[in-house]
Structures are given as C-alpha cells and as structure tokens.
Design a binder for this molecule. Structure first.
Ligand SMILES: *[C@@H]1O[C@H](CO)[C@@H](O)[C@H](O)[C@H]1NC(C)=O
Ligand SMILES: *[C@@H]1O[C@H](CO)[C@@H](O)[C@H](O)[C@H]1NC(C)=O
Length: 265
C-alpha cells in the first residue's frame, strides 16, 4: 500500500498512541491537527507581502525589552497550526514571523499524497536560501538579532539557515531529514529537542548530532534534550487534552525561549 512505502519512518508505536496495532500506518507529522473550526483568539495578523511571503506576524512589535530584543522565525508546515506557538513566543517578548514557505500547499497527509514529490517541490534547503530577503528585512526594519525555531521540516530549514551567517541562534524540535553532517556546518548556537518515540528522527540520531557538535574543534554552544514518552510533533502539535503532552510541549517551548534569551542579545 502506498502509504507504507511513503511513510515507513513515521509509524508511531501503537502502544504509545493507543492506536490499535492494525491501524493503518500514518505519518506522525500529521497527528493532532489543529481544530480549524474552533474559534481562535490570535494575537497576531496575516500579512501578504513580508519580503515576498505571506506570513503570520505576532508578538512584541513595540516595547521590546532589551534582553529579549530578538526576533524569532518559525519555519514549519504552514502558518495556520503554528500560530498558537508563535503567539506564546510573542508573549515572551519576541517579534515573531511565521512565513508560509509552502505557498499555500502544505503537506496534508491525505492518502495518495506523494512525499517525495512534495519535498522536491518544497525543499527546506532551497527555502533557507530563498529566505534571505526575510532576514534582510528584519534586520533593516528593527535591527533585530535573529533566531530561527524549526519544527519537523522547519528543523532542516533552521539547520540550513544556521550554516549561513544570518542568525544568532537556532532551535530545532523533532526535526525531519537533518543529518549528522549538518552538525559540522552550523555556525551559530543550536538547541536540539527530540522525542523518545520520534520515528522521523529517532533518539539515537539526536545523540549522534550532539556527539558531532561535541567533537568540533571550533566549539559552538549547543544543547540537546530528549523528551521521554513522546512522539514526533510533541513540541507543537500535541494533544491539547492530554496533560502529559501539554506539559511536555510547554517545557519544550520554555527551553526554546530560554535558548533565545541567552543567545539573541
Ligand atoms: C512520487 O514522485 C516521484 C518524484 O516525482 C516519482 O518518481 C514517483 O513515481 C512518485 N510515486 C508515486 C507512488 O506516485
Ligand atoms: C488526547 O488525550 C486524551 C486524554 O488523554 C485522550 O482521551 C484522547 O484519546 C487523545 N486524543 C488523541 C487523538 O489521541
């Protein structure tokens, strides 16, 4: 069956999700979709030409506290489901931009969707190059010191950005398609948050990333944590009625904000 071919790495352990063992395979990337029918209270707004991108913009546009003066850009699978996270980072004193790098064509997880095809059309490596005007705009407008937080696809995006001299810190949470070699090329402080049962980036990969960072002769600050008992998506796409998952998500957020507080000076 096509799904099995396309998403072999994303299977979540049945025992953890409570899914029946016979449940069809699925991508963890699409678990816990945001409820788009629920009334949303959003702090920010959608702008249609942010350096050429449609973007959700939120957070401290004025009264930036000096120690928090930084901006944060989240790259993720489309702006909609991530707005809540963006608002929370905004509440911590940041100006947050969530560009839609997918031009309104996010991966949806629909049956028959071709992941290979989609990734070739929405390469995080290319997106990082294309994002340069966004960084330039942010620097010009407000002299921000910039950081990037990336989830899943955005994790690879953030790592690619970290290889350029564009930002001062990155945080990657349950990344997708990041490889050990990437860790030898990042140029800024990096925080890596993994999930014990993440099938996209299993915890042994996280240990390999940290090992590669530790072995570098030019020491760059890094931090890693593997959250127990959670799958891919734990930092931004968790089950909001499950207290354990909510607590984990909040912890991941706090660690990310802490990393930016420390490095976006
Ligand atoms: C998915 O897309 C790739 C690249 O375009 C193609 O080679 C492959 O045959 C497609 N797979 C399916 C199942 O359609
Ligand atoms: C979310 O968590 C609640 C409480 O643990 C549980 O009853 C529910 O089945 C979960 N929903 C999903 C989609 O896993």
């Amino acid at each position: 069956m096509a799904m099995e071919v396309l998403y072999p790495f994303f299977l979540c352990l049945a025992v953890l999700t409570g899914r029946a063992v016979s449940a069809p395979p699925h991508s963890q990337c699409h678990d816990n979709p945001p409820d788009m029918t629920a009334a949303r209270v959003e702090a920010g707004k959608v702008v249609h030409d942010f350096a050429g991108y449609t973007a959700y913009v939120t957070g401290a546009m004025t009264n930036l506290r000096p120690t928090l003066a930084g901006s944060y850009m989240e790259a993720s699978s489309g702006p909609i489901g991530r707005r809540k996270i963006a608002d929370k980072i905004g509440e911590a004193g940041y100006y947050v931009v969530v560009p839609d790098f997918f031009n309104g064509q996010p991966l949806t997880g629909a049956p028959g969707e071709n992941l290979t095809q989609w990734l070739s059309e929405h390469s995080p490596v290319k997106a990082a190059q294309d994002a340069k005007p966004i960084f330039a705009t942010l620097r010009k407008e407000r002299k921000f010191s910039l950081g990037v937080g990336g989830y899943c696809w955005g994790g690879k995006f953030a790592v690619e950005v970290a290889k350029m001299n564009e930002v001062k810190a990155v945080v990657i949470s349950h990344p997708y398609s990041v490889i050990v070699g990437d860790m030898r090329e990042v140029k800024c402080p990096i925080e890596i948050l993994g999930g014990e049962y993440d099938q996209a980036t299993p915890q042994k990969f996280i240990y390999q990333f940290l090992n590669a960072l530790r072995k570098r002769s030019d020491k760059i600050p890094y931090f890693g944590k593997i959250f127990p008992g959670v799958c891919h998506g734990f930092a931004c796409r968790y089950n909001v009625t499950n207290p354990f998952e909510v607590e984990t998500g909040e912890q991941a957020l706090a660690l990310m904000v802490g990393w930016f507080e420390k490095h976006l000076k």
